[in-house]
Write a protein that binds this ligand. Structure first.
Ligand code: UD1
Ligand code: CA
Length: 455
């Protein structure tokens, strides 16, 4: 059975009070529409068609992908009109309609829905709500068969008392669509072409309507304002937290933990409060992450330890290495096994060999640092001349004295030492001591200036 997916995303979203089109508002770091497209792709359809209107240019620019067909709906004349715009591009047996502002829909739910759709049957996703105000109501006959959807604004009192609502998500037989779209009218309370009218048409044509429900009503919750957006965000985060806990992660507080990307985890991982994981993060067994850390696009190998208030981006931490508190690892940082980075140390495009240490107050940029080398407090690589970047290379077992300035390009070979306070501008050969500071001079009998007391 072939599948086309149409995502309706042309609406304005006035209640967001935003210059950003509604479907571009983020949940967990990805736009709502991005989430829907991600789910759509997992169903491996022959086509994904996104109906856009408000902010179309921006939506298209942000989400462009080879597998996406954007369809313009210049005027938002209703959900039926929106689907009709995509009609010329549709050719599959089944057409699945999704909403660009309903981001938490789960793939298994859609698979269950699609299993109910055939040439002779529609699949309709419904949700039973305590308060279905605003939703189209599912009207059933005496045998419980669905006969129609009535929009809230068109419903009589009896129909308004129905608690089963239309989620808007449905699977339709493609062969019938052109006929049904051609017969839609806007003769209703809102003067719109309602997609929901196809239900009564299908029943009149002798088709059956089979319903399916999501496991969790939040899957079909849309976001019309920022309050609902925040609810979706918290729900998404709790879902992610539970998924990770099920895989062997201890979260000190699942309510104070955020994932904005794709995280894979090993077992016996410990994550303290207020940790944000962004982008692609790989966390192996026995990793420990302290409170208030932001970790983006990183790989943390077995047993790595990140202490409180550290910020990591594009870094790889080797087995048993540690960083922080207050460490900053910038893109291109690689710590080999058991390397140690302490407080107020910034690394960028820097490689610390096995067991190498930079314990305090340093900037190490564009640096290659050998195994077991010790970087004294306050050491700075001077890697930038205002126009170009240069590299600092250190061999194994080097000892850099505190407050050294290493003016790149420069090399300090294995076993060499630099004296504290040195400004190193030349290569230091293996085993040598480099002293590059002015000699101390003591002036005896020196008199400090004295303040003159005002009368
Ligand atoms: C729709 C359903 C209603 C359902 C509800 C669930 C119809 C007629 N009604 O109502 O039964 O209970 O969703 O939230 O379908 N859109 C377009 N172009 C348009 C109009 C809408 O792309 O011309 C898109 C919107 O961007 C949105 C989706 O379609 O993503 C739904 O539109 P919305 O206006 O929210 O529909 P409702 O009136 O709430
Ligand atoms: Ca709506």
């Amino acid at each position: 059975m072939s599948l086309d997916i149409v995502i309706l995303a042309a609406g304005q979203g006035t209640r967001m009070r935003s210059s950003l089109p509604k479907v571009l508002h983020p949940v967990a770091g990805n736009s709502m529409l991005g989430h829907v497209i991600h789910s759509a792709r997992q169903l491996q359809p022959q086509g994904i068609h996104v109906v856009i209107g408000h902010g179309a240019e921006l939506v298209q620019a942000r989400l462009a992908g080879d597998d996406l067909n954007f369809v313009m709906q210049d005027k938002q004349l209703g959900t039926g009109h929106a689907l009709a715009q995509a009609l010329p591009a549709l050719s599959a047996d089944t057409v699945l309609v999704l909403y660009g502002d309903v981001p938490l829909i789960e793939v298994p739910t859609l698979q269950r829905l699609l299993a109910k759709a055939s040439e002779q049957q529609l699949g309709l996703l419904t949700v039973t709500l305590e308060d279905p105000t605003g939703y189209g109501r599912i009207v059933r006959d005496a045998h419980g068969q669905v006969t129609a959807i009535v929009e809230h604004k068109d419903a009589n009192e009896a129909q308004k008392s129905i608690r089963e609502g239309n989620t808007g998500i449905l699977a339709l037989p493609g062969a019938r669509l052109a006929d049904w779209m051609g017969r839609l009218s806007n003769n209703n309370a809102q003067g719109e072409y309602y997609l929901t009218d196809v239900i009564a048409m299908a029943v009149a044509d002798g088709l059956l309507v089979a319903t399916e429900q999501p496991d969790d009503p939040m899957e079909v919750q849309g976001a019309n304002d920022r309050r609902q957006l925040a609810e979706l965000e918290r729900h998404y985060q709790l879902r992610e937290a539970r998924r990770l806990m099920a895989q062997g992660v201890t979260l000190r507080d699942p309510a104070r933990f955020d994932v904005r990307g794709e995280v894979t985890v090993g077992r016996d991982v410990l994550i303290d409060i207020n940790v944000i994981l962004e982008g692609k993060v790989v966390i192996e067994d026995d990793v420990q992450i302290g409170p208030n850390c932001v970790i983006k696009d990183c790989t943390l190998r077995k047993g790595a330890v990140i202490k409180a208030n550290s910020h990591l981006e594009g870094a790889v931490m080797g087995e048993g290495s540690d960083a922080g508190p207050f460490a900053r690892l910038r893109p291109g940082t690689v710590l080999d096994a058991k390397a140690h980075v302490g407080n107020f140390v910034e690394l960028k495009n820097a490689h610390l060999g096995e067991g190498a240490k930079a314990g305090h107050l340093s900037y190490l940029g564009d640096a290659e640092i050998g195994a077991r080398t010790n970087i004294g407090a306050g050491t700075i690589t001077c890697n930038y001349d205002g126009a170009n970047k240069f590299k600092t290379v250190m061999g194994e077992d080097v000892f850099i004295g505190s407050n050294s300035a290493l003016v790149a390009p420069v090399e300090i070979k294995a076993g060499a030492t630099t004296a504290a306070g040195s400004t190193i501008t030349q290569c230091v050969e293996a085993g040598e001591l480099a002293v590059a500071r002015s000699r101390q001079r003591n002036v005896s009998g020196w008199k400090r200036p004295e303040k003159i007391k005002k009368p």
